[in-house]
Design a protein around this ligand. Structure first.
Ligand code: TYM
Length: 338
């Protein structure tokens, strides 16, 4: 059986970027493949990754809410869908250490996320540097071939592939190498990775850490408020709707959001709006789609109970420990620790 695996840090309420870039694609893939009998679906809360940076409020509550997000987004549960917390499976930390012995300082220092997070700081914690190695352990322990994530994380998949290949060559063929990011996007059903842009500054990705409230839509925003944020999004002065992320990032972002929130393929949305000169019309449409989506999502979220989540975690963590410990033992034997 092949494995599809992903995780989202639970440091705060998530953004529309997390939702459209990672959560929703995972839910769509899970619902499509979990019933075929050929795929295992692993969704986990990377809580060890969470404590690397500041957590907004209580971590336990954030984890609970993030798991609920998947259910509210329509994740269908069956025997092939597993949900667990990273810190409840100690093999993640143990494999991270072993992979640290295979990874080089150079390749880890090249990671954009590390460079961005450490730049200009007098000091930063070691975990910011080690972040992608733990991520590689998260993936390799479960032999995951597919890892649905946003475009900002692609570098980490390539690093994971390099580490797995190096380990297999140096010791023994124990790891399944995840597929290339170009294949990942095909599997996700998109032509390229998804990067939802900052509404005010569309050259940048939408991020929870950006201060300006109107630059991002949070999943707990009132639908009317979210609609207003779309209406005030930065566009351009070219006066013609076209999908072109380089020349018209603001407009392209709106088209992308429209496609993902409605489930209509981007090519169709783009064709329907091609040549439109009134940006206000496009904004009104996107604002209404986002508001509708949030309204539905928030209603469903309120219906998911804590008990439901804890039950899923209990079953999921039993499964995860079995798979991860078996893989860890193979690795320990390969390097001579057992
Ligand atoms: P995190 O929490 O930083 O991001 C969660 C997911 O959201 C995606 N994302 C976006 N996608 C599109 N547009 C945006 N503006 C946007 N902002 C965020 C990210 O690409 C990511 O998929 N390192 C992972 C967590 C993790 C993980 C793993 C994922 C830890 N171990 C193993 C997969 C497999 C992360 O960045 O989370």
């Amino acid at each position: 059986m092949k494995t599809i695996l992903t995780g989202i840090r639970a440091n705060s309420v998530l953004t529309l970027g997390n939702y459209l870039g990672a959560l929703l694609p995972m839910v769509r893939l899970a619902n499509k493949y979990s019933k075929t009998g050929e795929y295992q679906i692993n969704i986990f809360a990377p809580d060890l990754h969470s404590i690397i940076s500041e957590v907004d409020g209580d971590l336990q509550e954030n984890i609970l809410r993030t798991v609920k997000y998947y259910l509210a987004a329509g994740l269908e549960i069956n025997d092939n869908v597993h949900i667990y917390r990273q810190s409840r499976v100690s093999a993640h930390s143990e494999l991270c250490w072993i992979l640290n012995c295979v990874a080089t300082m150079g390749e880890t220092a090249r990671m954009t996320q590390y460079k961005e997070k450490s730049e200009g700081r007098e000091s930063c914690n070691v975990a910011i540097f080690d972040y992608p190695i733990l991520m590689a352990a998260d993936i390799l322990l479960y032999s995951a071939s597919y890892v649905p994530i946003g475009e900002d994380q692609f570098q980490h998949i390539e690093l994971t592939r390099n580490l797995a290949t190096r380990f297999n060559n140096r010791f023994k063929e124990v790891f399944v190498v995840p597929v290339k990011t170009s294949e990942q996007v095909k599997f996700m059903g998109t032509d390229e990775g998804i990067r939802i842009r900052d509404l005010l500054n569309p050259e940048k990705k939408m991020s929870k850490s950006t201060k300006a409230e109107n630059s991002k839509i949070m999943l707990d925003d009132a639908p009317e408020r979210a609609a207003k944020k779309i209406m005030s999004a930065t566009t351009d002065s070219l006066g013609k709707v076209k999908f072109d992320m380089w020349a018209q990032p603001g407009i392209s972002n709106l088209l992308q959001i429209e496609a993902l929130t409605t489930g209509v393929p981007l090519a169709e949305v783009t064709a329907a709006w091609a040549g439109e000169t009134r940006y206000g019309e496009l904004k009104k449409q996107v604002a209404s789609s986002v508001a509708d989506m949030l309204r539905d999502f928030q209603t469903r979220l309120a219906e998911v109970s804590d008990a439901q989540v804890y039950e899923l975690l209990e079953v999921g963590e039993k499964y995860a420990n079995e798979i991860a410990n078996a893989k860890l033992l193979e690795v320990q034997k390969a390097v001579g620790l057992r």
